[in-house]
Design a protein around this ligand. Sequence first.
Ligand code: ADP
Ligand code: MG
Length: 483
Amino acid sequence: MPDSARTILIVDDREQNRYIASRILRDAGYLVDEGCNGREALEKVLREPALVILDVRLPDILGYEVCRRIKDNPKTTNIPVLLVSAAFTSSESRVQALDVGAEAYLLQPLEPTVLIATVRALLRLRQAESESRLAARQWQGTFDALAEGIALLDSEWRVLRCNRGMTKLLGKTYGEIERREIRTLLREELKVPLTATELPYYSGDVKRERQWFSIRMEAVKDGDRAAGAIVIITDITERRLAEEALRATEKAAAMGRLANSIAHEINNPLEAVTNLLYLLKSGTHDRETTELIEMASVELDRVSRITKQTLAFHRESSHAIEVSLPELIDGVVTLYSPQFNQKSIRIVRRYEGHPAVPGFPGELRQVFSNLLRNAMEAIPQGGQITVRVRQSGDWKDPSRGGARVTILDSGTGMSGETKRNIFEPFFTTKELKGSGLGLWLSMGIISRHKGSITVRSSTKTGCTGTCFSLFLPGKGTVAANAA
Ligand code: ADP
Ligand code: MG
C-alpha cells in the first residue's frame, strides 16, 4: 500500500488545531500531511490521501468550496472529506456540508475517540466502495468480453444496462440503448413486433438485411414476480449459412438418390424392350415398319444413355468424375420445361463439340438449376434464354483449358447496386419469394471446382438482360463416342 493510501490530510489555518488532530491520528497509527489554507488543500489532495479533514473557515477559500472542488474532480472525488467547524454550528451548516458532498461533519474541539471512530468508519466505507467499484468493473469487463449482445431490463422492460456486444450488434451507443423500452428498441432496430404478452419470455430468430439474429429473453425473478429480464441477442448468420448450405447439399443428394432409384427401376424394362426391338428388327417387314422400328431404337438408346448416366453420376458422387456439360444441362432444362412453356420462354442451346470437365454432377446440376431458374424469374413473360457451351481457355489464364458455359437471358437485367451484391448470402430482390442463397451457393460450388463466374447485365430499354459466364477447368472435351 503506498503511503498516500494511509495518509490523512489535515487542513486548518490554526496551527494548534492541526497539532491536536495530528497528534490524535499519529497516536492511532496514521500518517499525516498538513495544509493551512484552501489553495494548499487543493494542491495536496492531488497526492490522493486516504481522507481529508477540512476546516470550514479557511482564510482564502471556504471549506465548503474546497470540498465541492475536491468532489468535482474525478481524480479526487472518491476521497472522503470530513468537515470540521467551530464557528458554524447550526444544523444548516451541517446540511450545507453534506450538500457539497462531505462524508461527515464534526465540531471543534475534536474529541479524540469520536475523531478516531469517525475516521475509521469513513475509511471502512471508502474501502467497501472501492471494492464494490472494482467488482462492478470486473463484472462490466466480463459482460463486455462476451460476443453476445446482453441487456438487463427493469420491471417496466426498460434497458438498465447493456454490454459492448449489444452496442456493436445494434450499431448504437450505450446512451442510445439504455433507458429505452425493449419493445420499442426491438421494433425499431430489428423490426421485431413484440406483443406485451410475449414479455419477458420471448424467443425467436430474426433477419435484418443480410444478418440473422437470435433473441432470447429470461425473466429475473423476485419471489414469484418478474422483477426484470435479461435479453440476449446473438448473431447467428454463420450458423444459418452453414445450415442452409447443408440443407441444399442434402436436397441435391436426396434428388440424386431419387434419380438413381428411378433409373434403376427403368433399367430392367428398358433392357427387355431393347431385346424385343432387336428381335423385331431381325424379322422381315415393309419399309415403313422398318423405319418405325429404327426410330424407336434410336429413342430407346437415348433413354438408356440417360439412365446409365444417372446411375454413373450417383455411383461416383464422392469423387469428381468426367461430366458432360451438354447432357447435364439438358437434364436441368427438361426439369424446367413446363415452367418455360408456361411463361412462353424459348430455350436456345448451342453446344460446340462435347465439352466435359471433371466435377461433381450433383453440385453442377444445382448451379445450372440456380442460373436457369434466376434467368426464368427475370423474364416476365415471353423471352429467350440462350445457353452456350464450348471448349475454352480461362480468360484470366489462357494456359488453363476447360469449358465455358454462358447463360444469356432477355430478362429485366439488374442495377449496378444489385450486381454488386448478388453473390452475398441472403441478398435477394425477390422479397419472400427468394432465399438469396442461389448464387452464393453456386459461387461456392464453382470455386470448389476451381472455376469462376462473371456476370454482365443491362437495364437499357430495348436491350435488357443478363449474361452469366462460367468457366470450369478440365481438358475440356470428351470423345464423341463416350458421350
Ligand atoms: P434469389 O433468386 O433467391 O433471389 P439468388 O442468389 O439466386 O437468390 O439471386 C440473387 C439476386 O440476384 C436475385 O434476387 C436477383 O435480384 C439477382 N439476379 C440473379 N440472376 C438474375 C438474372 N438472371 N437477371 C436479373 N437479376 C438476377
Ligand atoms: Mg435464385
